[in-house]
Design a protein around this ligand. Structure first.
Ligand SMILES: [Zn+2]
Length: 674
């Protein structure tokens, strides 16, 4: 078969020949690409010559070229424009790719060549980026267990297998508890609920073949119910059921599952030579050590708790004015907070929306990139994978920088959420390649002939993903392993969250937010109310989040707790939680931490990134100009172009002259009382 996926892409800018690619091409292309990668890795491992940086590391960097070309097309289509054939192939590929990856990291000859280079690293004459790449390879193999032998290797395989069973069970138990609880709402119970909540409760009943209205524990239904229902008794029952997920006794109880997961993680870390699972997890992150995480969280905790306690007093007074005595309870917070928000910060989304046209917000994002980094955007007329996707050539001073693809509208074939990804990454090794970057969003598609309008959250998402896109497009490194967004998890959200700040620079919306029908600029009063609403109830949000992050950290430091619920109670007791606030996710349903490894000893990273983006934007504030050229040049050089070519803390220090401070975040969240 003549397969367009396995020959070089020769069209303009190296964009894939989408018109020629059929679904039937993917499976054989992956087979060919995997076979080519395996053959190449075998050659590299069996090389009879002395190991050198070139014949081991550089060779490995280029060994998966075809797999990257095929995967670059397939994984983008699987997310943005899937169909049953693509879904089936996705399922079939997952175990094959996992097996290949284990084969590589467990290849003993390859490991011995990498360790030999590592041992001799000081005498190899490597440049800083090469040293970083060697460090990353050595670390990746070691962390995967390449150095384990005999019984330890065997035990590690057992631990990993058991962990995968337990994490699946943990998720399924939470789902079962969520599914099993419902509360029928009588017509009089619907009082005070907005139309969208009533409609969701009706849909929930219909879905279960019932008539009337049902409350379920789905976050999108229970949270608005707690916010709007004046029925304190119903709020209490619903809240108690919501926080008891995974803690109801019987088969779906997650407390013993969590305890076993924590103990196996500790064993895994010790087998690999780490003092604790937290030490293992944090090693490749910017935070580096558990102490750094705790220190940062505690610096935010104290002012957040003070703000939450002040808010608790206000809300308690509101409740007492309703004739209810006693303390404000957790099932009261959202209800009184919503009443207060309406009184003090009411913002009518419908009034705002006509000013936030999609085209205007794209222009705003491009315009900021021009003012900061001198980037120009020229629409390209190229056939892409879907008619809604659009492409631009990105240039600077007439020189090609990247191709940017924007795929903005929701459709049934697209995964939910928003993301940045690439069809092709940047590199210089083996010939210079400029990147092809894509942003995918799920904005509502307007009727034919009408303009697409965004909510403020949508506009923020657009800027967020465009920040990731800049990280990919401005990448300027030699080795693919460290290109673009290939950085530590607690560093990767810096460019994206930072870019959101330019949407809040008044002159940006003043210039670009024009009324869709009249062309009038956004009224100043509306803009002010919009900005004030951004910091509302951040005491509550910060306290519930930090409590969860500190419990997560405590679970993974030192010896695993015999009873996680006791450890959780100790941590919360020491913090002195405000009475009406609980953890955002309690242990028996803390999926970030127990349904897989992703955010275990890592739940902190959301706030870590936010501290950094606030501190980074503050550099522009200090310079007195949101587009200060010197600060923008440093941002580009040390963050947006540098990828993972140095460790993240060094990059941040090079940009900012110091490590991030928490004060800009506290100011941004309205937690610094002047
Ligand atoms: Zn992001």
């Amino acid at each position: 078969m003549d397969n367009p996926l396995v020959t070089a892409f020769e069209g303009p800018f190296g964009i894939a020949p989408f018109a020629k690619i059929e679904d039937a091409h993917f499976a054989p292309a992956f087979e060919a690409a995997l076979a080519a990668a395996r053959a190449r890795v075998a050659e590299i491992a069996a090389d009879p010559g002395e190991p050198t940086f070139a014949n081991v590391i550089e060779a490995l960097e280029l060994s998966e070229a075809l797999l990257e070309q095929v995967g670059g097309v397939f994984w983008n289509l699987a997310g943005a424009d899937t169909n049953p054939a693509r879904q089936q192939l996705e399922r079939a590929l997952a175990p094959k790719l996992a097996a290949y990856s284990t084969e590589v990291t467990m290849n003993e000859r390859l490991w011995s060549r990498i360790s030999a280079l590592w041992a001799a690293r000081e005498s190899l004459g490597l440049g800083p980026e090469q040293m970083r790449v060697l460090t990353l390879y050595h670390r990746r193999f070691r962390r995967a267990g390449a150095a384990l032998e005999g019984a330890d290797r065997q035990r590690m395989a057992e631990v990993m297998e058991r962990l995968s069973v337990l994490s699946t069970r943990f998720s399924q138990n939470v789902l079962a508890d969520e599914r099993d609880w419902t509360m029928a709402l009588q017509p009089e119970d619907l009082a005070g609920l907005p139309d969208f909540v009533v409609a969701s409760a009706k849909a929930a009943a219909e879905e279960r073949g019932r008539v009337g209205h049902l409350l379920t524990l789905s976050r999108s239904l229970i949270v608005p119910f707690l916010q709007f229902s004046p029925r304190r008794d119903l709020r209490e029952s619903a809240y108690r059921a919501w926080v008891a997920r995974g803690e109801n006794g019987g088969e779906t109880d997650n407390r013993a599952v969590a305890a076993e997961i924590l103990s196996l993680r500790e064993e895994r870390a010790r087998l690999l030579g780490y003092a604790s699972f937290a030490a293992y997890k944090l090693e490749p992150e910017m935070a580096g050590k558990p102490e750094a995480v705790r220190d940062l969280l505690m610096r935010v905790w104290t002012p957040a708790k003070e703000k939450a306690e002040a808010d608790q007093a206000v809300l308690t007074a509101m409740m007492q004015a309703d004739g209810i005595n006693g303390p404000l309870e957790p099932w009261d917070w959202r209800y009184y907070s919503e009443k207060r928000r309406k009184a003090e910060y009411d913002l009518d989304e419908a009034e705002l929306k006509p000013y936030l046209g999609l085209e205007a917000m794209i222009r705003a994002a491009f315009d900021c990139a021009y003012r900061l980094f001198g980037l120009d955007f020229r629409p390209l007329d190229l056939p892409l994978y879907h008619p809604d996707a659009r492409a631009w050539e990105v240039t600077r001073g007439g020189e090609h920088v990247a191709v940017f693809i924007g795929d903005f509208f929701a459709r049934a074939s697209k995964r939910s959420g928003a993301w940045m990804s690439d069809f092709r990454g940047q590199k210089k090794l083996g010939g210079a390649v400029r990147p092809i970057i894509v942003n995918v969003c799920n904005f509502a598609k307007p009727a034919a002939g009408e303009a697409a309008l965004l909510s403020y959250d949508d506009a923020r998402t657009l800027f967020h993903e465009f920040g990731h896109a800049l990280h990919g497009m401005l990448s300027d490194v030699t080795y693919p392993t460290v290109a673009g967004t290939s950085v530590a998890r607690d560093f990767v959200e810096l460019p994206s969250q930072l870019y959101e700040h330019w949407l809040e620079v008044p002159e940006v919306l003043e210039a670009h937010a024009r009324h869709a029908a009249t062309g009038a600029p956004i009224p100043k009063a509306l803009l002010d109310r919009l900005m004030a609403a951004q910091t509302y109830d951040q005491g509550f949000a910060t306290v519930e989040y930090i409590a969860s992050a500190l419990v997560d950290l405590a679970f993974h430091e030192g010896a695993a707790p015999a009873d996680p619920m006791v450890r959780q109670a100790e941590v919360l007791g020491a913090l002195g939680m405000p009475h009406a606030i609980r953890m955002r996710h309690a242990t028996p349903h803390f999926a970030h931490v127990f349904s897989g490894d992703g955010y275990s000893a890592g739940y902190y990273s959301y706030m870590w990134s936010e501290v950094m983006d606030a501190d980074a934007f503050d550099a522009f504030r200090e310079a007195g100009d949101a587009f200060d050229p010197a600060v923008a040049a440093r941002l580009q050089r040390f963050v947006l172009s540098a990828g993972g070519s140095q460790d993240p803390a060094s990059l941040y220090r090079a940009f900012r002259g110091r490590m991030p401070g928490v004060e800009p975040l506290l100011r941004g969240r309205g937690l610094l009382v002047a």
